[in-house]
Write a protein that binds this ligand. Structure first.
Ligand code: ZN
Ligand code: ZN
Length: 297
């Protein structure tokens, strides 16, 4: 007979409420004092849906599913290496051993830099694929369905997509032999950088806008303006978009956000949206634009 562990339940409810309160204390004053759209309200449309996304993506995915994926993938990766060694291909395992040895001996800050760059390269690749593959786009369309961007919109991700990106990051950290606490450090960075990048603020980073993710850079990723489609994929380091030719900043700030895909507003309906039959909307144009940009290279 199972009983509810009220202490554990209280712990996770505390993390949920504490995280919400922390975000509200930091970002609501910023959005009030330096607003991009002054007329946008704190209690805007879709807020409750995003609060549910916040809870699921920061607690269920982060604490349970990603940890489970990490344990399972390390086990199966070790099995794969010993299988390859067993059939006469020990080189992958040996080189990985050297790589992990080398990486784990680096200074903590160097390890953080490696985790940041590799993590964002993985995110950039996944994110660009999500804008070009119709199945991944249906998951990613949930994130782009927000029309009133603010700090909480940063958490509007389909849980399956959140699981994919978080697991890829955690697996890379484990395979590279980085200190596991790097994962926590990156999580801590995300808990400020992500809501800030989506916040309804005209705060500018000056020349640092090409160094680290910021509202001006990421707002353009959510823009409805065609020239901004398939641009600014980086999650941390905008320089990746400069390197890969996908950077875009308009002359004035982006102020119109969203997509024309018929993404529902309720959380439960958003969960099942990727399984619903596809209707032709702007995301098709996104893909056409992307095909054009790929073929013109
Ligand atoms: Zn996107
Ligand atoms: Zn976003």
């Amino acid at each position: 007979m199972y009983e509810i562990d009220y202490r554990a339940l209280g712990y996770f409810v505390g993390i949920f409420l504490g995280g919400l309160l922390r975000g509200a204390i930091i970002f609501i004053p910023l959005e009030r004092f330096l607003p991009l759209k002054r007329e946008q309200k704190v209690f805007r449309s879709g807020l409750l849906t995003d609060i549910v996304h916040f809870g699921v993506n920061t607690i269920v995915i982060q604490y349970f599913i990603v940890q489970a994926v990490l344990v399972a993938s390390s086990y199966w990766f070790a099995k794969l290496l010993s299988l390859l060694a067993g059939i006469g291909f020990p080189y992958l395992g040996i080189s990985l051993h050297f790589l992990q040895n080398f990486v784990s001996k680096q200074h903590y800050l160097v390890q953080f830099f490696i985790a940041l760059v590799i993590g964002d390269l993985i995110f950039y690749t996944y994110h660009r694929a999500a804008h070009n593959n119709k199945y991944l786009w249906k998951l990613h369309a949930i994130h782009h369905s927000t029309v009133e961007l603010d700090w909480l919109a940063a958490y509007r991700f389909h849980p399956v997509e959140q699981m994919i990106t978080q697991s890829l990051n955690a697996i890379a950290i484990s395979i590279l032999g980085l200190d596991p606490s790097q994962s926590l450090l990156l999580g801590l960075l995300s808990s400020t950088a992500d809501p800030l990048a989506h916040a309804n603020t005209k705060l500018r980073f000056g020349p640092l806008k090409w160094v680290f993710i910021n509202p001006e850079f990421h707002h353009w990723h959510h823009s409805t303006e065609r020239q901004a489609f398939n641009k600014n994929f980086a999650g941390r380091l905008p320089v990746l978009d400069l390197i890969f030719g996908t950077a875009y900043l308009g002359p004035a700030p982006a102020t119109s956000f969203g997509i024309e895909d018929p993404v529902p507003t309720s959380y439960l309906k958003q969960l099942f949206y990727p399984l619903m039959k596809r209707q032709r909307k702007v995301s098709d144009e996104v893909m056409v634009a992307s095909t054009e940009s790929v073929s013109s290279k």
